[in-house]
Structures are given as C-alpha cells and as structure tokens.
Design a protein around this ligand. Sequence first.
Ligand SMILES: [Zn+2]
Length: 288
Amino acid sequence: MKKYISFSATALALTMMMPGLAQAQSDPDWTAPTAPFRIADNVYYVGTKGIGVYLIAANHQAILLDAGPEAAAPLIEQNIQALGFKLSDIKIIINTHAHLDHAGGIAQLKRDTGAEVYASPGDRWALEHGTHDGDTNYPTGHFPPVHVDHVLKDGETIALGGVRMTATFTPGHTRGCTTWATQVIAPNRVRNVVFPCSLTIGGNILVGNKRYPGIASDYEHSFALTRAMKADIVLTNHPEMADVLDREARAQAGQADAFVDPQQLGRIVTTARAAFDKQRAKEMRRKR
Ligand SMILES: [Zn+2]
C-alpha cells in the first residue's frame, strides 16, 4: 500500500509540472477493481476496469497475458482465484509490451505463481530493466524489473495442456510489442481470437528517435500486419479499445455472440494509423 501512495504522490507532483502527464502515466481505472469473467471457451478476463489482463486455461494449467500495473497485481491475483484457479496453475506469463501499465505487475505475479516469463527479444531489455526502451516526449516511468526465462521467436506457438498461443511481433509502440492469437469455440464454432499489442503513439518520438531509429517503419509494418489478421474476437490490453467490458455486459444480458466482431481489429488499425500519420506530419513540420 505504501508503494501505491508514493506512486500517486509522485504522479500528482509530475502532473502539476507537466499537464497531460497523468493521462499518459496513470489512470485511476488502471487500479480500479472489476469482477473477473469468462469471455469464451477457456479465455478469461482477470484485469482491472482500465487494463485488460487475460487468463487462457487448460485444465489445471494456465497462461497469463499481461499483469497490469504494479499496484494492480493483488487485484489480478484475487480475480484469478475468484474464478477458481490457483496461482500455481499459472505456468507461463506472456506480455503484450513492456510498459508499466501492462508489465508492472509481472514481477509479483511471477513470484507468487512460480511461472516462467516468455518475452520477445525486442522487449527483453525493457522488462529486465523495468523501463521503456526508446525516446519519448514525456518520462515513461519505471516498473519492477523481471527476468525473462524464455525469448520468443516471431511466429512461435507456445503450447500448454490444450492451449496454444501464437506470437506475432508488431513493434513500434515498443520495440518488442507482441500480438497474441489463439482459437476458441464460441458460440458453437471455431473463432480466431487476437490480443493485439498497442498501436497508439504512447508518447513515442516518431521522427529522429535516436534510441529507436526504426520506429516509424516498424509502426507501418505493424499496421499492415495487424490489418491483415483475421480476428473474430479482439481482446485489447486497454479494454475500452474493443469495448470488452461493454461486450461482457451485453453477454450477461443474453447476447450469445457479444464478443464476436470481425470488423473490430480493422477499426483499431484505422484509428491508430490516422493518429500516427497526424503525429508524424507534426513532428516533420517541427524538424524543418
Ligand atoms: Zn503501452
């Protein structure tokens, strides 16, 4: 609790110095509890109100995708247990990307579950140093570093029990941003589920990024790659980007296919691409 208070105080102090930072660094929804639920088949939501964290389970073994910010780790552990899983059921922890709102809780979850952490080569350094790897227009903050036990290959499928998750590297937002995919039966047929990595700017400098010079072309590559993916169900690490919690409310109200939306991923890419083009044009004007 002490840590949380000091984090908030720091965030508040920084906000007063730099308006707009709070939005980028912290959001009260990130650490606000929400009840966990089953999305489809063996895929569960165990995140907070503002951060999507997903559990993909096979019998008594499970993969955890992301772990929220450091302060949300206890909430995520409670959510996992509320669904009837033991923390020790989690054997592998994977990550969409090494930012404090999605990776800050991994160190605690790793400690409490005994799971191994699998990550892309591009995000390994950031995870092991607990900070963003690249030039940004605001301080991106620090999170508890965590050792990476297994470095993924692009296109690698990890299998645990009956669960298979495939990694596709979609860099830009971070160097090792990873989009995950699996298949579920829902309702009554096979559906592709995609967990996209973030495609937003996130404070990244797009033109003249000294630490990450290839950032703009990486984004462009990832827009194309993500747009080409076939996704019946899209589960985002910021739930509002795919209306994940609203869809759950509709599912509760009886809509059997509330999570099925093959156009969702394309809409996310279109929005992100427009923001990217605008930001890059602005930075290029400033350079001249
Ligand atoms: Zn991020």
